[in-house]
Design a protein. Sequence first.
Length: 457
Amino acid sequence: MSATSWEKQKDNTFVFKMSQPIPSYLIALAVGDIVSADVGPRSRVWAEPCLIEAAKKEYDGVIEEFLTVGEKLFGPYVWGRYDILFMPPSFPFGGMENPCLTFVTPCLLAGDRSLVDVIIHEISHSWFGNLVTNATWGEFWLNEGFTMYAQRRISTEVYGSAYTCLEAATGRALLRQHMDNTGEDHPLNKLRVVIEPGVNPDDTYNETPYEKGYCFVSYLAHLVGDQNKFDAFLQAYVNQFKFQSITADDTLGFFLEYFPELKEKGVESIPGFEFDRWLNTPGWPPYLPDLSPGEQLMKPADELAELWAADSLNMEAIEAVDITAWRTYQLVYFLDQVLQKSPLPEGNVERLSNMYPKISKALNAELRLRWCQIVLKNNLEAEYSKVKDFLHSQVRPWAALCTLLVHVQFITHQYPQVLLCRAALHLSIHPSTHPSTHPPVCTDSGGCPDPGAGPCT
Ligand SMILES: [Zn+2]
């Protein structure tokens, strides 16, 4: 359980003790054959015995650095331990930041540490979300927008601004896609949403609180104009509201109180950027942080994608580009460019596959997803088995198939289900749902055919 301490008493009775007050949604209990291994001075990984070695290898020594940077930026880590529990594959989220013990998907075990930084997001919740909590789910951005900002501050310190901006650009592209899919004016594309009868609370869990929230926090930092001063504000904010559940009015009121010169200037009502507009108007963020430092990593990826899209491949130029040091989001960016240019001229994707086993044979789920999309869009039948394996490794193969096909633009608004069924038959994916699937997954058909429906013809 996510708790400060626990002890086993007789008759398999376990007693847990949590020293700090937490909101009820953060209480979580996992039951199973679970073992642990130390990976840092205040961190352990927990998993079923078959996964524990892989978990230890992946995370040994990495968590402490993230925690230390977080403490430097946002103040003391108050929860004592930071342990990670690897859930079974049916766990439907990337991670859940239960204090003392974050629950994560086993997808993070890429085997080469290429996804370890995903944990920075969950660690950032130790200050934003777990320590200062949104009082209502209508203001979920207070948890997630601040956490995205904190995550990218830690990432900037550890990996530099170029890589962090590249990752943030990926997030911005997801927000664009979400708003295009739902329509910018959708009432849930506000930071302060009204969850009333008829609104499915699950639908409020989308890119808006994360990425638009990140833009709003970045806008507040932009108003301050000095990173050190804004970091100091974040520490003061955490200290002011720790162990409390608050509203956006508390947050923004404290911001203006902390920076009286900005209050005097009336920054809350600058036309077009009014705090009220940020909170209560749906649509694209009025302010976008500058992500141009990411261009130094995007440029070589753009150029390489261009080379692979040529009718006649310039292998000399391609071989001159060394991608061995490219980290996950630079590779993701490269693959997204290749996907956009796909289908590539005949034979190019086969050569690309052979040239970069780091990509085409990756166990990293972000890379696998993109590679499968490229395989489908280029009709690379020789690698359909990889798509099939990937889909079968997902607990919700139908939803995964939807994701794959939406991205490769197989689906039209007119006949999505027919096309899905055809693709599924082609790849031998059956519309079944595993009985042990987590309840929210069972209802998450994501616009796919009813999982209980008969065979598609
Ligand atoms: Zn989060």
